[in-house]
Ligand binder design. Structure first.
Ligand SMILES: [Zn+2]
Length: 294
């Protein structure tokens, strides 16, 4: 497979809204960046260095992905990362004037549309890619939660599959989604899938002071009888959203992936663990080559 060119956007693009967690008004701007810059976040509301979107900077959090670097944290970055990765934009500085990006409609479509409208340009420098040669698994059958990263044919690109299963009592039915990740398929099938939460979890978050501005119109809130005051965009919208989260989290590897990733009930922590295992597996494969070359 010939290496793809690195890509960035041709002009800055802005998205505004409020953060789902903190409720803070926020202006987020995507800026073009030079080849080999990668993705980084810069908080302009405090004394922040650019925070590289790499797995080594993931901060431990429940139900979200946060990045922390030199004492500054940016929360809930996964949907921004998914929009960039889904559109295969490799170099971008993301500035924001609050601790978290806007939550918008709970999907990453507004981010993807802003990036698409800005225009995406090839930079003429090959994009690094990691081909999965040996299967790795994060999580386990015992945990009822795992991510398998598996090899496929050399020209097969990157496919992600997600299955969720919260049991027969859950208002969210067992469902799966599987897509080859290309910008066209991401825009058409994935980017609009919204995040979801149970009514009971909303109450717990609000009691901790989070999510005060969020209403049932802003994302999917499931009560005992299904979605509250909202309508699904597809029967499998929840599985597609979890797949979107996987795409964002797996982008923390910082290069293209070639292979298939199949996730069962995984969350952000397990997705990050998958990235670490892939890095270790890849380093172990390269070690004998490096020794022969030395
Ligand atoms: Zn999400």
């Amino acid at each position: 497979m010939t290496p793809r060119s690195q890509r960035t956007i041709s002009r800055a693009a802005e998205v505004t809204g409020f953060g789902f967690l903190t409720g803070a008004d926020v202006r987020l701007t995507f800026h073009p960046a030079a080849a080999n810059h990668g993705i980084a976040f810069l908080r302009t509301d405090c004394d922040s260095a650019p925070i590289p979107a790499r797995v080594e900077h993931v901060a431990p959090r429940q139900r979200r992905t946060a990045l922390s670097y030199r004492g500054v944290t940016v929360e809930l970055v996964e949907h921004v990362l998914a929009a960039l990765a889904g559109l295969q934009i490799h170099n971008c500085l993301v500035t924001l004037n609050a601790p978290e990006p806007p939550g918008l409609d709970g999907s990453c479509r507004p981010f993807a549309e802003a990036l698409w409208d800005a225009g995406i340009v090839d930079q003429g420098v090959p994009r690094e890619a990691m081909t999965i040669h040996h299967a790795v698994r994060a999580g386990s059958l015992e945990q009822r939660q795992w991510v398998d990263a598996m090899p496929v044919g050399a020209d097969a690109g990157f496919t992600v599959e997600y299955t969720l299963d919260y049991g027969p009592q859950s208002p969210i039915q067992r469902q799966s989604a599987r897509y080859l990740v290309t910008p066209e398929i991401f825009l058409r099938e994935i980017c609009w899938a919204r995040t979801f939460i149970l009514e009971s979890e909303v109450a717990a978050l609000r009691s901790q002071g989070y999510g005060q501005r969020v209403t049932a119109g802003d994302l999917l809130i499931f009560g005992a009888r299904g979605v509250i005051d909202n309508a699904l965009r597809a029967d499998d919208e929840c599985a597609r959203h979890k797949l979107l989260d996987c795409i964002g989290d797996l982008a923390l590897i910082g290069c293209d992936l070639r292979g298939t990733v199949s996730a069962f009930r995984s969350g952000h922590q397990l997705n990050a663990e998958t990235v670490r295992q892939l890095q270790q597996s890849h380093a172990a494969q390269l070690a004998p080559v490096a020794r022969r070359a030395a």
